[in-house]
Design a protein around this ligand. Structure first.
Ligand SMILES: [Zn+2]
Length: 353
């Protein structure tokens, strides 16, 4: 469809103004090149999934994977309930717990959702986990990362580039986008909106995301500059306010928090991350034994936006970003999990309260 439009607008003036053919020749060439690049960076669903697999492998290589089938099963059950209610239920949804104290979450194209051990330590109940996973799932269903790759100027392809070269470069680019949280501000707000609506639809309190963001803000209170995923305070407040409006206008009234099942399933201690000064709020939560917490990589990306640039220029992308730079574990292997339809149905019945 897009291609047809380009051809139509190009050919019409050519017919009318033939003397300017030299000029139009170069214009046509430029448009042709743009069209070629567009086609090269248009991915089939199979390619999207392959890209996601490749990006996931890079994330696992950096952070390692928690080698615990039980935690993977629990996160997979929460994630599967959500994914099945999403707009792309057929993707090969895969939920991976990364072995780092850094607080982060990453959504790779094709349905590969990653959350860190540190994020799980900070989250306080299953609704917060569902809201965070819902946000990440929405980055996939709305193709935010895929679109960011397509728009990226950092991909330069020679004339002789093979499809495999293109996919390899796209995977490199996608990985960098995820690590540096280079989502459009609009994409972040969109993922918030679609994500909490999704969680609400299956019964989870949609207020968990704002609770999580607010706690993340407290946890990051000692940071001198906004870095990586860490929101600076006014922006987080604005985001929380936007979430309140989404919940009110969408009549999102689900209330289940499912705290007991969360604490029965997740029991990670809150561990300080190098470079993040311990705030009083975090220390209090840690010393009381409660999990405190917040933090998604992409979440705070919005908060860090300082200019009016559409693309978030991550102030911390090359600088200080303690969660991104936190140490990872040694074992990169996936922990395979299978959940049956009956298990998902039974789990879903537990979303009450
Ligand atoms: Zn995000």
């Amino acid at each position: 469809m897009k291609r047809l439009v380009v051809i139509a607008t190009l050919t019409a003036p050519l017919v009318l103004v033939s003397p300017a053919s030299a000029q139009f020749g170069s214009l046509g060439k430029a448009l042709g090149k743009a069209q070629q690049l567009h086609d090269e960076l248009t991915f089939t669903e199979a390619e999207e999934i392959q890209l996601g697999r490749d990006i996931s492998a890079k994330l696992r290589d950096k952070y390692g994977v928690v080698q615990d089938p039980a935690i993977h099963k629990y996160v997979t059950l929460v994630g599967t309930v959500l994914a099945q209610a999403s707009s792309r239920p057929k993707l090969p949804w895969t939920f991976i717990v990364l072995d780092t104290d850094g607080i982060n979450a990453f959504a790779a194209p094709g349905g590969f959702i990653h959350i860190t051990r540190g994020a799980l330590a900070l989250i306080q109940n299953e609704a917060e986990l569902a809201d965070v996973l819902g946000h990440e799932i929405s980055h996939v269903t709305e193709k935010h990362t895929l679109n960011a790759i397509t728009k990226s100027k950092a991909i330069s392809l020679g004339a002789e580039a093979t499809r495999s070269d293109i996919l390899s470069q796209a995977a490199d680019r996608g990985y960098s986008i995820l690590l540096e949280n280079k989502y459009d501000r609009g994409d972040e707000l969109d993922a918030d909106k679609v994500g909490v609506a999704l969680a609400n639809r299956v019964g989870y309190a949609p207020t968990g995301l704002a609770a999580f963001l607010t706690r993340l803000n407290q946890r990051n209170a000692g940071l001198k500059e906004p870095s990586g995923l860490f929101a600076s305070h006014p922006e987080t407040e604005a985001r929380v306010e936007a979430l309140g409006k989404v919940i009110a206008s969408g009549h999102l009234t689900s209330t289940a928090t499912v705290a007991a099942r969360y604490h029965a399933s997740v029991n990670y201690p809150l561990v300080a991350v190098a470079g993040v000064p311990q705030s009083s709020a975090t220390s209090a939560a840690a010393s009381s034994g409660a999990s405190s917490g917040l933090g998604l990589s992409s979440l705070s990306a919005v908060g860090r936006e300082r200019s009016s640039n559409q693309t978030i220029s991550s102030a911390g992308s090359r600088g200080v970003n303690p969660d991104r730079d936190a140490k990872g574990g040694p074992n990169k292997a996936l922990v395979p999990v299978t959940v049956t339809a009956a298990e998902v149905a039974a789990f879903r019945k537990g979303i009450v309260g």
